[in-house]
Design a protein around this ligand. Structure first.
Ligand code: P6P
Length: 334
C-alpha cells in the first residue's frame, strides 16, 4: 500500500522505499533518517549563527589548513553522534578529521555501511550569511561484518556508493539524496519539524544557460578550460545563449541550482594547484552520483569522477559537473 498523502515526510518516504524491497533490512533507511535528524540540529544552529557567539574561528586548523569555525565542529559532531549511536554505520570519514573514525563497538561492527562527510561545506561563508551545506556519501562495507570497519571500506570508487546526498542551509533548508532508484528533495517544514518531499524524482535539465567558475583563476586554467569559458561568454540567442555566470563560492548552493535549473559548475586544476581544491570522497563523489542519477555528468576533466579509484581520504580532484549537453560541449572543446 503506497502512502498517497500529499505531504510525505523523509521518514515516511524512506520507510516506503524499504516496503518496496521486502528483503531490505531497513539499515539504509535508518541511516538516512539519522542524517535527517542531525541535519535538523545543524539547521537550528546555522539559522541562529548571527545571533549567538557561535561565529568566528574555533582557533583550530582542520586538515585542510583552514581556520575552523565553531559551526564546523558542531556539525561534524552532530553527524558523527547520530551515526555512532545508530545501528547502520560502522564508521565515518570527515573533512574535519585527519583520519577515519571506526566506531568499533558490538552493534556498529555489525553495521553494513560507512559514511563520508563534509559536515559544513562553504563554512567561510557563515559570517556573511551565504548558503552553506552538508555533503554525504554512503558505501556498503567491503570488510567483514562483525569486525571493525577498515580504511578499504572508505577508499572505494564513487560508482560503489549506495546513496549520496546533501543538505543546503539556505532560504529554506533542503535535504536531497539519491540512490540508484532516483534523486529526491525534501524541504524542512519547520511547523512540524520534518523534511517533507518537495522535489520528487529530480532530473537535471539536459542543458542550461548558467556556468559557475571562479574567474579570478582564469589565467591559471589550462587552454581547454579557458577556451570553454570563453565560448560560454560568447554564447548568443542563436547558439543556446546568452549564458549567465553565477558563482556563489559555496559548492552546495552552486551545484544545487544547476541540478534544478540546468548549468555547469567547474573547479578546475590551476598551475598552483593542479588537483584543484575540492575533495574527491566527500565533495565530488556524492555530487557526481546524484547528478548521474538525475541525468547529468561529472568528470575530472579527463575521466568520470565515479570511476576514480581513491588513494587517500582527503585527496583532491579537478571537478566539472552539470547538464549532459554542456558537459559534452566542454569535453569536445579542443
Ligand atoms: P574558491 C568552499 O570553501 C568551497 O570548498 C566550495 O564550497 C566552493 O565551491 C569553493 O570552495 C570556492 O572556492 O577558491 O573559488 O573561493
Amino acid at each position: 500500500m503506497r502512502i498517497n498523502r500529499k505531504i510525505q515526510t523523509l521518514d515516511e518516504f524512506t520507510i516506503q522505499q524499504m516496503r518496496d524491497f521486502p528483503n531490505a533490512t531497513g539499515e539504509l533507511s535508518g541511516l538516512l533518517r539519522d542524517i535527517g535528524l542531525a541535519a535538523k540540529r545543524v539547521h537550528v544552529e546555522v539559522n541562529k549563527a548571527g545571533l549567538v557567539d557561535i561565529l568566528g574561528d574555533a582557533g583550530t586548523m582542520n586538515v585542510q589548513g583552514e581556520d575552523v569555525k565553531k559551526l564546523d565542529i558542531f556539525a561534524n559532531n552532530q553527524f558523527m553522534g547520530v551515526l555512532r549511536h545508530g545501528i547502520s554505520c560502522a564508521g565515518i570519514g570527515s573533512e574535519e578529521m585527519d583520519d577515519i573514525v571506526v566506531f568499533d563497538d558490538e552493534v556498529s561492527n555489525q553495521s553494513k555501511y560507512v559514511c563520508l562527510f563534509d559536515p559544513l561545506d562553504g563554512s567561510s561563508n557563515i559570517d556573511v550569511n551565504v548558503s552553506i551545506g552538508t555533503i554525504f556519501s554512503v558505501f556498503r562495507r567491503v570488510s567483514e561484518l562483525g569486525k571493525p570497519a577498515t580504511k578499504a571500506d572508505f577508499l572505494q570508487a564513487g560508482i560503489k556508493q549506495v546513496a549520496a546526498g546533501y543538505v543546503i542551509y539556505g532560504s529554506s533548508t533542503m535535504l536531497v539524496y539519491a540512490t540508484r532508484r532516483g534523486a529526491n528533495g525534501f524541504t524542512l517544514d519547520q511547523s512540524i519539524g520534518e523534511f517533507t518531499l518537495s522535489h520528487p524524482d529530480i532530473k537535471c535539465p539536459e542543458t542550461g544557460k548558467m556556468y559557475s567558475v571562479n574567474h579570478g583563476n582564469f589565467f591559471q586554467y589550462n587552454e581547454k578550460v579557458k577556451k570553454y569559458i570563453t565560448a560560454c561568454q560568447k554564447k548568443t540567442k542563436d547558439n543556446g545563449g546568452p549564458y549567465t555566470q553565477r558563482y556563489i563560492g559555496s559548492m552546495v548552493a552552486d551545484v544545487h541550482r544547476n541540478l534544478i535549473k540546468g548549468g555547469i559548475f567547474m573547479y578546475p586544476g590551476t598551475s598552483d594547484k593542479p588537483k584543484g581544491k575540492l575533495r574527491l570522497l566527500y565533495e565530488c563523489n556524492p555530487f557526481a552520483f546524484i547528478i548521474e542519477v538525475a541525468g547529468g555528468k561529472a568528470t575530472d576533466g579527463n575521466m568520470r569522477i565515479l570511476d576514480i579509484e581513491p588513494k587517500e581520504i582527503h585527496e583532491r580532484t579537478p571537478f566539472f559537473i552539470g547538464s549532459r549537453l554542456m558537459m559534452e560541449e566542454l569535453e569536445g572543446t579542443e
